[in-house]
Design a protein around this ligand. Sequence first.
Ligand SMILES: Nc1ncnc2c1ncn2[C@@H]1O[C@H](COP(=O)(O)OP(=O)(O)OP(=O)(O)O)[C@@H](O)[C@H]1O
Length: 252
Amino acid sequence: MYQIDQIDFSYGKEEVLKKVTFNIDKGSFVSVIGPNGSGKTTLLKNMCKLLDPGSGKIELEQMPLEGFKPKQLAQKVAVVHQGANSDFDFNVGEVVLMGRYPYLKRFQNENTTDLDIAVKSMQQTQTYHLKDKTLLSISGGERQRVMIARALTQEPEVLLLDEPISHLDIKYQMEILKLCRDLNQSQNLTVFTTLHDINLASRFSKVIIMMKNGQVYKIGTPEEVITVQNIKEVYDIDVEIVSNSYPMIHPI
Ligand SMILES: Nc1ncnc2c1ncn2[C@@H]1O[C@H](COP(=O)(O)OP(=O)(O)OP(=O)(O)O)[C@@H](O)[C@H]1O
């Protein structure tokens, strides 16, 4: 689905991504973990064309990313950015419906199918009751769920999420990750998410990418990546690992 091939990225003189290379299979559930500043957000922004790699290439379904027109890309890839916010105080319902924009021609209005898709996304993310509220009058966690609803309204093949659960309480952390897993399993939606919670990444992901200093330190299944040695090397902490159906770390 996605091929990331030897990409480098710098903010000015600061080299942030170095020769990052990996592939994402269609229908995979990939989490990116790594310490603060290791380059996770920068990587995700390169994958949605918000930033352009200085060198290397990114392909989506064998087509160079730079060849995609914005609407064409938005029909395939939906992104939820960290702290996604708006300066404009739109209604929640309007914001979610904006997810249909990639499918509309110029000056074309949404039809009942578009509305149905938006309502379904709000129901899935438990945001329907907020539809008449304004974006600035709801909580950070509610806003995060609204942004996920908008992304689902795009009916994407790939969902790119940057710390999608950072503002969510434990109930909604589970709800959102379970929703992503359900869509991943039932609709073959490819999920690519940055996560700080190593145990949740381990529990929900098929593949984990562990970043360190702008490089891929390890990529593989949770069992392959979440090891005492890798955690020590990347986060500089000592942990014990308890393995049930997935490896879980306990800092010691
Ligand atoms: N807009 C920017 N301009 C300059 N430097 C930036 C910018 N955004 C990020 N950086 C720097 O790039 C590096 C990687 O940042 P990035 O946000 O990609 O890391 P991250 O792994 O997502 O971190 P976190 O876990 O804290 O969200 C950091 O050193 C950061 O200070």
